[in-house]
Design a protein around this ligand. Sequence first.
Ligand SMILES: Cc1ncc(COP(=O)(O)O)c(C=O)c1O
Length: 407
Amino acid sequence: MNAPEPAVTSPMPHVMNTYGRLPIALAYGRGAWLWDTEGRRYLDGLGGIAVNTLGHGHPKLVPALQDQVAKMIHCSNYYEVPLQEQLASKLCEVSGLSSAFFCNSGMEANEGAIKIARKFGHDKGINRPEIIVYEKAFHGRSIATLSATGNPKVQKGFEPLVEGFVRVPLNDLAAVEHVAKTNQNVVAVFLEVIQGEGGINQTRAEYLQGLRRLCDANDWLLMLDEVQCGLGRTGKWFAHQWAGIKPDVMPLAKGLGSGVPIGAIVVGPKAKDVLGPGNHGTTFGGNPLAMRAGVETLRIVEEEKLLENAATVGAVLREALQAGLAGESGVVEYRGQGLMIGIELDRPCGVLLGRAADAGLMISVTADRVIRLLPPLILTADEARQIAAILCPLVKAFLAEPVASAK
Ligand SMILES: Cc1ncc(COP(=O)(O)O)c(C=O)c1O
């Protein structure tokens, strides 16, 4: 008699199965390097999906957080939290906006932005406010933010969706002008300056400038989701600053706390008085530990000139990738800016995630066929070249395989 097949058991049987995970458990990190529980080393081209701004174990961040943990981790928003004011004023300084609300994630920041837009509409007598959103957008996985998201896979199974969103294609100003002419209920335009999950799709500077004009002309809020592309990743504090415009509402999260969970809605004069006491809140939002992480992250980014580093090392990385993949007809396009880079292939390439990890490199694949790199902003030029040196041969070998092997 044959021996019974061993039962396939999950290494995390008590954790709800909501992610497709690789069989790797990361144990610790230093700078742009990670080690797993087996002692294998990886170069971090992913930065926890644009979260680990300062890499891992940063020698200035760690003692600051240890100090804060010892002083105070949480206190209620019944009281003043001086670190909230410190972080808010710094965010206002670098964005040119007016005030901030703190929460705990990107989805929460976007949920708050949607509430601001709706209340802004109600305050001026629009009882069924609508928000212009985008094809291929990603704004989170709460019911309202997944409704604003432009990916049917994220929405499937969670209908009925929240109403009040009008969808348009990216970079098509005529489509927004058409909505302006035909829909009196619009109160805001809501978009990522560079779509992250949607495949590193950039909004053109003239398009953003056109949206700013349309928002001003129609008394709409311009709401720019900088959750993934903000906080220095493109070489400026915020990606929209390359277009020389300012939003009215800017949700942030991910890189703001260098790994400590945090979210923020930063608003300009048009939106700053929309919410008042009792309109919005969250127990954990603005807690001293997260605020200290934000304050120290922004301070260290400035002190170590990481905006400049993102721009220059991003250029090195992109050049090395382009050189390493020169002549590959399966590469459709290189996109992104600074240390937010997408390489679109002509076929689905999810298998590269595991193959890169096996070769000692963390990457992401998004929108099925886009290799995405979001390394920490402390990446060195030498590490950038190492990323390309590991990744390019894997991509070449993959593109040489019959298409059927792609997953
Ligand atoms: C642009 C954008 N907005 C919002 C979110 C949601 O953020 P979170 O996962 O922190 O809820 C993400 C996450 O990937 C994002 O990329």
